[in-house]
Design a protein around this ligand. Structure first.
Ligand code: ADP
Ligand code: MG
Length: 702
């Protein structure tokens, strides 16, 4: 094969910086660099997220949720209202009875005036059910004069990821200029050409030109679906790059050693006996796997996957005991302060009888307390440290970190996990790593996303749990639910009332929860009701949580901040508003907050009618199943893996072109080619990783 053993020549051309492009001065270059665009090659591979189809006009009456479309109508009414914040609603109609609303939350008064009744408007966006029929929130739109020709585009418009501080038009112009300098296919290709010809895939140069500037005669439906050969070609190379990068990381990790942590039978048995329950068979099995890993001088990197409520925390605690008994420190990191705090109090309670010192570190620990905590961590006095992201910050240095535990790992990126691990670097040795997640990952996905992790599954719930009964109720029956909450609380139970995202803003979410809190407090004066949202001070949040846990509070009105990990077994009723707006994974996580005790628990999904097809299906899945794996498979089918894994998942989910659900069929071939490249063309592997994964892998192998 031609270029074996030599760095790919594409780098020479592609490595030229964007500074050479017309209009790119230091300020623009800095904005681009923020987004990871430094070289021309970075620009060539900065790919459209999707396309907008302005080649057609869809009649207002034919608009359906599910895909954005272009439509046209005349202004029928303009209405300014105040719903949590100023809202502008513009109703447009086709003159034959069909109409939809355009809804704006950010607007200028000049904009309001421009929508005169009768004015012709061309809009692009996706309709969804709103309070007053179909609506499009923040459509892109254009006002037309009556005599304007209704021009249609002849090709799809690419939509790029946003670059902060740079408008879409400038960005498109710069990308166009960068593409002018695309070198020949021979120079551009890194992977030996026969790999592509064998699969009948197009050349890279053609593929890039097609996805950036779809020709007028390109297959529109294939492009919109991501199935055009040009897209598949790029998706393949991207999956290949990620596959290679994960294999590299694994090889690098294996080269490091770890301190063997002997099994410490007595200490671990002591902790087990002090627990108020016996471990389930699944917990036993997973614990044995973890304990065996820890006892070897090879660094453990194990993912413990277990449905919500399966009891992962106690397995982590028993693993921690083994590390502490070996004289090593343990760090436990959780993604939210609420959850970290809960772990901290559990660990304190569990370890106190053994005189093991558990410390707390979060961002809000400041001043003298912080200095003292950092000193204890540095001199080894702190044996277990529980906290949030704050654990990874500079200034935190451990005396002898032996085990890193990361809870709800899908909330963290691979970099964050590695940053914590690197706190424990001692010469060549790294700490063992245990990562836990309640997000069940379907097999095919797990293989790709977690190729660098060993996997243990807790596939059994502790005994005595009765499955949660789930019902769906239209929002106009809210009053009945208030009665239901009253009844449950009078019977000594507790309830959650969850108000999820209405707009994509924590502030608006908090306001919605506040409004609901006021309404429910008024409707249920005899109950002790409290409010919990992300905008509250950490101390207030913790205090509210503590009082709810201690059953001083009966009803907790909250945003989705309670989604991860919160554990209050006496809570047996959950109401979720706007359930149709939430994805399956999130609904399942939320529902996992009930059904943690022995009482029969219920979850009520309140929805705004009418339901779209996908929302209906999601709600149906929730009604039928309590099994996280079934739900995850369905979620994958309905939404695709990007959202399932969380965008920061492994550094992996942030694909530019590939889509694990859509492109799953490519994976076996990708694995094959990856093995072959690593064996025969290691430099080629480096160049492919650099092109697609860039700094992520540079960091990982550092
Ligand atoms: P998750 O896996 O969702 O993190 P937790 O670790 O929070 O679950 O455990 C959920 C609840 O189940 C906790 O109250 C915990 O004490 C309890 N629990 C864990 N293991 C068992 C067991 N084997 N038997 C009974 N209860 C258990
Ligand atoms: Mg948990």
């Amino acid at each position: 094969m031609p270029r074996q053993g030599a760095p790919a020549p594409a780098l020479a051309e592609g490595d030229r910086t964007v500074r050479g492009l017309p209009g790119v001065g230091p300020a623009v270059a800095a904005k681009l660099a923020e987004r990871g665009i430094v070289t021309l090659q970075d620009f060539w591979f900065f790919l459209p997220l999707r396309y907008e189809d302005r080649t057609r006009l869809v009649a207002l009456r034919d608009l359906r949720p599910g895909a954005p479309a272009q439509s046209e109508g005349r202004v029928l009414a303009v209405e300014r209202a105040f719903r949590f914040r100023p809202t502008l609603r513009v109703v447009i109609g086709d003159g034959e009875g069909a109409s939809i609303s355009l809804r704006f939350f950010h607007f200028r008064s000049q904009q309001v005036q421009s929508f005169q009744v009768g004015r012709r408007v061309r809009v692009f966006g996706e309709v969804r059910p709103g309070a007053q029929g179909w609506e499009i929130v923040h459509p892109s739109y254009r006002l037309l004069e009556d005599h304007d020709e209704a021009l249609l585009n002849d090709r799809l418009d690419p939509v790029y990821p946003q670059v902060e501080g740079l408008g879409p038009a400038s960005l498109a112009r710069l990308i166009g200029a960068a593409l002018q300098q695309l070198p020949s296919s021979e120079v551009l290709e890194i992977v030996p050409a026969e790999v592509w010809s064998r699969m009948g895939m197009p050349h890279l140069r053609d593929a890039l030109n097609t996805v950036h500037r779809p020709p007028a005669d390109a297959d529109v439906s294939a492009l919109l679906a991501g199935l055009h050969p040009a897209q598949q070609r790029l998706a393949f190379e991207e999956l290949l790059a990620h596959g290679l990068s994960l294999r590299r990381q694994r090889i690098t990790l294996r080269r490091h050693g770890a301190f063997a942590l002997p099994k410490a039978q007595k200490a671990v048995a002591g902790l087990r006996q002090s627990l108020p329950f016996a471990l389930t068979t699944a917990q036993e099995r997973v614990l044995a796997e973890v304990r065996a890993d820890l006892s070897t001088p090879e660094p453990m990197l194990r993912l413990v996957q277990g449905d919500v409520g399966s009891g992962k925390t106690v397995v982590a605690a028993l693993a921690a005991m083994q590390a502490v008994a070996a004289g090593r420190q343990v760090a436990l990191m959780a993604p939210t302060e609420l959850l970290a705090e809960q772990h901290f109090s559990n660990f304190q309670r569990w370890f106190a009888p053994f005189d093991i010192r558990v410390h707390w570190l979060a961002g809000k620990v400041t001043g003298k307390v912080r200095r003292e905590t950092l000193a204890c961590i540095a001199n080894g006095e702190a044996q277990i440290v529980v906290g949030t992201h704050a654990l990874m910050q500079a200034g935190v240095s451990f005396a002898q970190l032996g085990l890193v535990i990361v809870d709800e790992q899908h909330r963290f990126g691979v970099h964050q996990r590695l940053a914590l691990r690197d706190k424990g670097l001692e010469g060549e040795r790294v700490p063992h790593q245990l990562v836990m997640t309640a997000t069940p990952i379907p097999r095919t996905l797990a293989m790709t996303a977690y190729a660098d992790l060993d996997l243990s599954v807790i596939d059994e719930l502790p005994p005595g749990r009765t499955p949660v009964t789930t019902v769906a109720v239209a929002a106009d029956r809210r009053a009945e639910l208030v009665e239901r909450v009253r009844k449950a609380c009078h019977e000594g139970r507790q309830a959650y009332w969850v108000c999820p995202l209405i707009e994509d803003s924590e502030e608006i979410e908090a306001q919605a929860a506040e409004t609901t809190f006021e309404q429910l407090s008024a409707a249920l004066p005899e109950l002790r009701v409290a409010l919990l949202h992300g905008r509250m001070k950490p101390a207030e949040k913790q205090d509210t949580m503590r009082r709810f846990k201690a059953a001083e509070l009966q009803l907790l009105v909250s945003t989705t901040v309670i989604e991860v990990g919160v554990d209050v077994p006496n809570a047996s009723l959950m109401i979720i508003e706007n359930a149709e707006r939430l994805g399956l994974a999130q609904l399942h996580q939320l529902r996992g907050r009930v059904g943690r005790g022995t009482a029969q628990s219920s979850c009520v999904l309140l929805y705004q009618a009418p339901l779209g097809a996908i929302a209906r299906e999601r709600i149906e899945v929730m009604r039928r199943s309590n099994d996280g794996f079934v739900i995850a498979e369905k979620d994958l089918e309905l939404r695709g893996p990007g959202e399932l894994l969380g965008t920061r998942q492994t550094g992996l989910a942030v694909f530019r072109m590939a889509d694990l659900a859509r492109d799953a069929a490519l994976l076996p071939r990708v694995h094959q080619v990856a093995e072959q490249l690593l064996a025969d063309h290691p430099y080629v592997a480096d160049a492919v990783i650099a092109r697609w994964v860039g700094s992520a892998s540079r960091y990982a192998s550092a």
